[in-house]
Design a protein around this ligand. Structure first.
Ligand code: CA
Length: 226
């Protein structure tokens, strides 16, 4: 298992490297953000330990570059400030976990092992069926390259159908997942919502993706020929 550490503080960097080598990892150490970025983009690392405050390019820039290069290895970032905004920002940019300095090495090792065990489990950011694409990060939907405007509920419904494609979703399940309500309250809501969603994503396109299963519910299916 190969780990990249990006840390400019010499003592901390050396200490982390030594500890991880002793724990039987192969370790590279970059002392600034630019070197770290280049190594992360070109090397085959299983995990990156990334300091936030770095010379030449900060940790956020490194993280952005890693994800932009399509690398999805877990990233554990180190922040000196225990600030909620930092954590939120890191996780939004695609980091997998963080540690607030100062921390015990045993704590870092435990996090590293957990992340490596979990592996590359980042969710796909775009769900697809035929030529329909749902971009979860940007909250954008296109079909055949055409932008489609969905309401928040419609988006959630589309996402549910895509995530569970091939599975018949009953009206009660949809009601509880999307509307947070009981089946008995108003099933008409579901029917209306599905009709609206179809008008947007299916009516002007082929093949039709949302299929009604009479007496049961709805299923998203992509015909074999597509
Ligand atoms: Ca630093």
């Amino acid at each position: 298992m190969k780990i990249l550490i990006v840390e400019d503080e010499q003592k901390t960097g050396d200490y982390l490297k030594q500890g991880l080598v002793e724990a039987s990892f192969v370790v590279d150490l970059a002392r600034d953000g630019l070197d770290g970025m280049h190594l992360a983009q070109t090397g085959d690392y299983d995990l990156v330990v990334l300091d936030v405050m770095l010379p030449r390019l900060d940790g956020w820039g490194v993280l952005r570059a890693i994800r932009a290069a399509g690398k999805n290895m877990p990233v554990l970032f180190l922040t000196a400030r225990d600030q909620v905004e930092d954590r939120v920002k890191g996780l939004e940019l695609g980091a997998d976990d963080y540690l607030v300095k100062p921390f015990a090495f045993s704590e870092l090792l435990a996090r590293v092992r957990t992340l490596l065990r979990r592996g590359k489990v980042m969710e796909p950011e775009v769900l697809k069926a035929a030529d329909l694409e749902l971009d979860l990060l940007r909250r954008r939907v296109t079909r055949a390259g055409r932008r489609i405007e969905l309401t928040a509920k419609e988006f959630a419904l589309m996402e549910l159908l895509l995530r569970r494609r091939g599975e018949v979703l009953t009206r009660s399940l949809i009601a509880s997942q999307i509307w947070d309500m009981n089946f008995d309250s108003d099933t008409n809501v579901i029917e209306v919502a599905v009709r609206r969603l179809r008008a947007k994503v299916d009516d002007d396109f082929e093949p039709k993706l949302i299929v009604t299963v009479r007496g049961m519910g709805y299923v998203l299916e992509v015909p074999e020929s597509v």
